[in-house]
Design a protein around this ligand. Structure first.
Ligand SMILES: Cc1ncc(COP(=O)(O)O)c(C=O)c1O
Length: 357
């Protein structure tokens, strides 16, 4: 297979080891003589996969006993609704930092009283709002820690006077997280923890049971905790690949080690964006994401955008076109993206610069 430099925003590059082991499990899973997608999810072999996957989550993120992790279908977008269903009684506050935050907020508004505590919509979400106060009379405060489309990130665990809920779809497992600070952390798997088709939720158990509404069975986090993520048939193959992805992460040193690598990779690319006169970054420097690096042609060079895209494509770069709401370029450099790919992109930007000198 021809190897490319994969900067897709999700689904995205996954560790070779995870893909190879998953292919093996499609041929013969745990000596059962069946593919992993053919065995019963009630079998002891499958239970062992679920147990290992849960244990890896707990070990890698140091999840305390107060919390439980569940694996669900429906993606992060369905969890926007889960959040409101399970936590919204009177009022909820949202930090409006982009399209995904707005979509989460929309689901809460559909169910009750929700409002934006602060927003960066005034500058097309190119920064993280600061200086706001989290109201103390809300049921929860919702943040999106990494704004995949705009390349901004909240890279610390904030203090909140009310239950803190975080969509960590695109930066989960990229850095150590103090899970005890959150009532809920959720997201889709398809960036750092596996393929599309499964999502995760890390839930503080005593934060549940506080709403008076009827919660439809499949939207009730407690049902999934009690059912060990197998209330209904789980998405077996995505969970298997997730387990293999986390095994790889553990093997390379876990979240502390990957954080160092991620910061290093992002630094290499941001340094080039800041140095190269043809390009300029779009996110406020202090809020730059280490996962999604967004940049555009510098003023005066806008006309070169399509040419750079073609040039980069010719050098094996895949997925660097920016989201349509920002334009320009976005390099998603998740955990499994090798430093060599980042260096190749930097070399490509330098070659392009030479062409126009
Ligand atoms: C931060 C964030 N939240 C939510 C989503 C939506 O995820 P899903 O496609 O799993 O519903 C995405 C997808 O890219 C995302 O980046």
């Amino acid at each position: 297979m021809k190897k490319v430099h994969n900067f897709n925003a999700g689904p995205c590059v996954l560790p070779d080891q995870a893909i190879e082991n998953s292919i093996e499990a499609l041929k013969d899973f745990a000596g059962t003589g069946m593919a992993v997608i053919e065995v019963s999810h009630r079998s002891k072999e499958w239970s062992a996969v679920m147990d290992e996957c849960r244990a890896l989550w707990k070990e890698l993120l140091n999840i305390p006993d107060t919390h439980e992790v569940v694996f669900l279908g429906g993606g992060a977008s369905l969890q926007f609704l889960y959040v409101a269903m399970n936590f919204l009684e009177n009022k909820a506050g949202y930090l409006e930092t982009g399209v995904w935050a707005k979509k989460a907020y929309k689901e809460a508004k559909g169910l009750g009283n929700a409002f934006a505590v602060a927003s960066s919509a005034d500058k097309n979400f190119s920064y993280i709002p600061k200086g706001y106060e989290i109201p103390t009379d809300i049921d929860y405060f919702h943040i999106t820690t990494n704004n995949t489309i705009y390349g901004t990130e909240i890279r610390y665990d904030m203090d909140s006077p009310v239950p803190l809920v975080a969509d960590m779809s695109s930066d989960i497992m990229s850095r150590p997280v103090d899970v005890s600070k959150y009532a809920l952390i959720y997201g889709g798997a398809q960036k750092n923890v596996g393929p599309a088709g499964v999502s995760f939720a890390i839930i503080r158990k005593d934060a549940l049971g506080k709403v008076s509404r009827y919660i439809p069975t499949m939207l009730d986090y407690k049902v999934h905790i009690d059912g060990g993520s197998m209330y209904n048939t789980p998405p077996v193959f995505p969970i298997f690949v997730m387990k293999e992805t986390l095994k790889w992460l553990k093997g390379v040193g876990g979240v502390e080690a990957i954080n160092k690598k991620n910061v290093g990779k992002a630094q290499i690319l941001y340094n080039e964006i800041d140095r190269n006169p043809l390009f300029t970054g779009t996110a406020a420097k202090e809020d730059r994401s280490i996962m999604n690096v967004c940049f555009v042609m510098a003023p005066g060079h806008e006309a070169l955008q399509d040419e750079f895209l073609e040039f980069a494509k010719g050098q094996g770069m895949v997925g660097i076109k920016g989201h349509r709401s920002v334009g320009g370029f976005r390099a998603s450099i998740y955990n499994a993206c090798p430093k060599e790919s980042v260096e190749a992109l930097v070399a490509c930007m330098q070659d392009f610069e030479k062409k126009f000198k």
